[in-house]
Design a binder for this molecule. Structure first.
Ligand code: ZN
Ligand code: ZN
Length: 356
């Protein structure tokens, strides 16, 4: 049982005067219970914890979940919760308003007329932002798989291959190396398409003289990796090389500056200032990075407006880029975990310019 996580939820209930928290967002359900199926709901009260799922998951829920009272139903999960009487006598119950549809909310109000449902955000997110060592291990495993996949992709990357074929290689090798699957749709953007920070793979063939930006990651035991490398196909020109080196230096500087207590905004500034000094300031058009873990994008934001402060156990990406319309782009992304004395880089793929 995930004792620390449940205790943290209960502490939140006590400090905010709630009788229970209803958790419906599946990554959060998994975080609290260990359940990896596609339909589950949990309720944490001050003294107990309940889990609801449907008939398909009778065996799986028993084998994955420990310490919860489990109800398996053929009805909807909220109907089962009513029958089970778990909200009887409870006055204020928090729910994850970001993840509950209007119809589910209406339904809850109808099923539990005596309960006041309180909109809650960032409860599980805040707890999950401070990773336990076992979680960091899972992220490291995901990252190690993605690093191995990068090597395979380099073998396949030749002039004439389509972006989509590289994306297929990524998915294939993720699974071959033991991942649950891709963490998100891989980005493969070559030549001028590299100017699109989120360019999906297309039918376009990769040509000599182009940069190719590959942004991909996998899920392993419910934890995600996220890696970007930009590779040159044939020797790049002087300006392209300068752009690459600028992004690399900005990324290394931000990694060096990462330690507990530093503001996320300051880290963004370190990378942004470097890129600006080199004359490419207006081409770094997104934030520096994002939290990573049970979801590919978690709330910690490394941006110019962020109010987040970096803490031991945070895991996030550092991914500056330069994108020039009509010409192309470069991004380099690593995943880091914050340690007492700085940070540990989890993704290990080489970053010096690779020319294939
Ligand atoms: Zn990425
Ligand atoms: Zn990312």
């Amino acid at each position: 049982m995930f004792e620390r996580r449940l205790q943290a939820v209960r502490k939140h209930l006590e400090t905010t005067g709630l009788d229970a928290l209803l958790v419906s967002h599946l990554p959060h359900v998994r975080y609290l219970t260990g359940f990896s199926g596609s339909n589950g709901l949990c309720l944490v009260t001050l003294s107990k914890q309940y889990f609801f799922t449907d008939n398909r998951y009778r065996e799986q829920s028993k084998s994955e979940i420990d310490g919860f009272e489990i109800t398996v139903t053929s009805e909807t999960l909220s109907q089962a919760a009513r029958k089970r009487g778990v909200l009887n006598g409870r006055k204020r119950v928090g729910f994850e308003s970001q993840y509950v549809s209007v119809s589910m909310f209406e339904n809850l109000k109808k099923l539990f007329p005596a309960v006041m449902f309180v909109s809650k955000r960032m409860v599980i997110e805040d707890i999950a932002a401070l990773k336990e060592e076992i979680e960091i291990e899972a992220i490291k495993q995901a990252a190690a798989i993605t690093d191995k996949v990068f090597k395979k992709v380099l073998l396949a990357l030749k002039p004439g291959i389509k972006e989509l074929d590289l994306a297929a290689e990524i998915s294939y090798w993720h699974q071959r190396f033991g991942a649950d699957g891709d963490a998100f749709e891989s980005i493969v953007a070559s030549g001028p398409r590299g100017a699109l920070p989120h360019g999906r793979a297309t039918e376009k063939k990769i040509c000599r003289g182009e940069f190719v930006t590959l942004d991909f990651g996998c899920t392993f035991h419910g934890y995600n990796s996220d890696l970007t490398r930009t590779v040159a196909v044939g020797k790049p020109g002087a300006r392209a090389t300068k752009i690459y080196q600028t992004v690399l230096q900005a990324q290394c500087k931000a990694i060096e500056a990462t330690r507990p207590g530093v503001s996320a905004r300051a880290l963004d500034r370190v990378a942004r200032n470097h890129i600006r000094q080199k004359g490419f300031g207006k081409y770094f058009s997104h934030s520096l990075g994002h939290g990573l873990g049970i979801e590919i994008h978690e709330p910690l934001r490394l941006s110019a407006k962020s109010k987040d402060v970096v803490a031991v156990g945070n895991v996030f990406t550092i991914e500056p880029g330069i994108y020039i319309k009509g010409i192309g782009g470069v991004r380099i992304e690593d995943d880091v975990v914050v340690r007492d004395s700085g940070c540990e880089v989890i993704t290990k793929s080489p970053k010096e310019l690779i020319i294939v």
